[in-house]
Design a binder for this molecule. Structure first.
Ligand code: IPM
Ligand code: MG
Length: 360
């Protein structure tokens, strides 16, 4: 039976990187007879311009029906000034994540040996780096109620959000992280701020409880400020890290830079059944949109994750990852990973090279 992949190009560099990733997906679709069908819909700023809202009902419905979703990126200065928060591009992305229950966000930070010199850290600190950040994606301070901006006594405006997790939310992301650690180096570091925030005192307690079911995995705890420091001091101490929505957002950007560029990092956001949305960790980069400068590899690697986690096509995923490694071996580099002696290529030339490697 055919499977449906929903493509959401979004804003900024989203459409150009998704174009390249889709070429890759179409190619492996025929090479491996995957019987995939594609539909496309609007989300984010593009949807605001066309329909007045960042997540039109038709897009949400298509997302609910799809077997997997590929998203480029959302957001841009054009929509940043709207005082109505509901009409911001980011609400489109957050709306899909929460409506589809995509609570388990996997963000692998792997250093390709070819890019050791593109990292802002010394090669010996990052060589061989292979971290997986497991970020809770549908709860925490991103979604907690109450929230808003109100006027208090004396006419003083006050902004407020609520950082809340219940034990079930913590337990289910904990299980995702322990399962992942079990498949890898069997080390899990849970990141919290249990010295200050009660919600993360509970987080720590539940992680300890879940750990009892995984005696083969070594659990440690770290405060988020220390974790940020350790990531840039000695990142190879980590195998799998698990943390809440906001800390995960921040730490995954930091981890991304260790690998040379955030332009290399894919992600998967999964529901309880393994259905998922796949997107690069970087954003819409409006400053370079439409110039052919964006690195499509994070989106292409997101396609590989999609094939592996949602479409039961691990072999096709392996082949894409090998093709990415091959184009790096050919010294092809987009601007974000450029270094001396390498050949500069555009977004579409990078796509061409991956396609050629897959055919080769
Ligand atoms: C990410 C992004 C999003 C987030 C934004 C665009 C809402 O930064 O996926 O990391 O904060 O989750
Ligand atoms: Mg982010």
């Amino acid at each position: 039976m055919s499977k449906n992949v929903l493509i959401l190009p979004g804003d900024g560099i989203g459409p150009e990187i998704v174009t390249q990733a889709k070429r890759v997906l179409e190619l492996v679709n025929s090479q491996f007879s995957l019987d995939l069908e594609f539909t496309e819909a609007l989300v984010g700023g593009a949807a605001i311009d066309a329909d007045g809202v960042p997540l039109p009902a038709s897009t949400l419905e298509a997302a609910q029906k799809a077997d997997a979703i590929l998203l480029g990126a959302v957001g841009g200065p054009k929509w940043d000034t709207n005082p109505d928060f509901q009409i911001r591009p980011e609400k489109g992305l957050l709306g899909i994540r929460s409506n589809l229950g995509l609570f388990g966000n996997l963000r692998p930070a792997i250093l390709y040996p070819q890019l050791a010199h593109a990292s802002s850290l010394k090669p010996e600190i990052v060589s061989g780096l292979d971290i997986l950040i497991v970020r809770e994606l549908t709860g925490g301070i991103y979604f907690g109620q109450p929230r808003g901006i109100r006027v208090k006594e004396g006419g003083i405006r006050e902004g407020f959000n609520t950082y809340v997790y219940d034990e079930n939310e913590i337990r289910r992301i904990g299980r995702v992280a322990f399962e992942a650690a079990r498949q890898r180096g069997k080390k899990l570091c849970s990141v919290d701020k249990a010295n200050v925030l009660e919600v993360t005192v509970l987080w720590r307690e539940i992680m300890e409880e879940v750990a009892k079911d995984y005696p083969d995995v070594e659990l440690s705890h770290m405060y988020v400020d220390n974790a940020a420091m350790q990531l840039v001091r000695a990142p190879k101490q980590f195998d799998v890290m698990v943390t809440g929505n906001m800390f995960g957002d921040i730490l995954s950007d930091a981890a991304a830079m260790l690998t040379g560029s955030i332009g290399m990092l894919p992600s998967a956001s999964l529901d309880v059944n393994g259905k998922g949305m796949y997107e690069p960790c970087h954003g819409s980069a409006p400053d370079i949109a439409g110039q052919g400068k964006a690195n499509p590899l994070a989106t292409i690697l997101s396609v590989a994750m999609m094939l592996r986690y949602s479409l039961d096509a691990g072999e096709a995923a392996d082949k894409i990852e090998a093709a990415v490694s091959q184009v790096l071996d050919q010294n092809l580099r987009t601007a974000d990973i450029m270094s001396e002696g390498m050949t500069a290529v555009s977004t579409s030339q990078m796509g061409d090279a991956v396609v050629a490697a897959l055919k080769g």
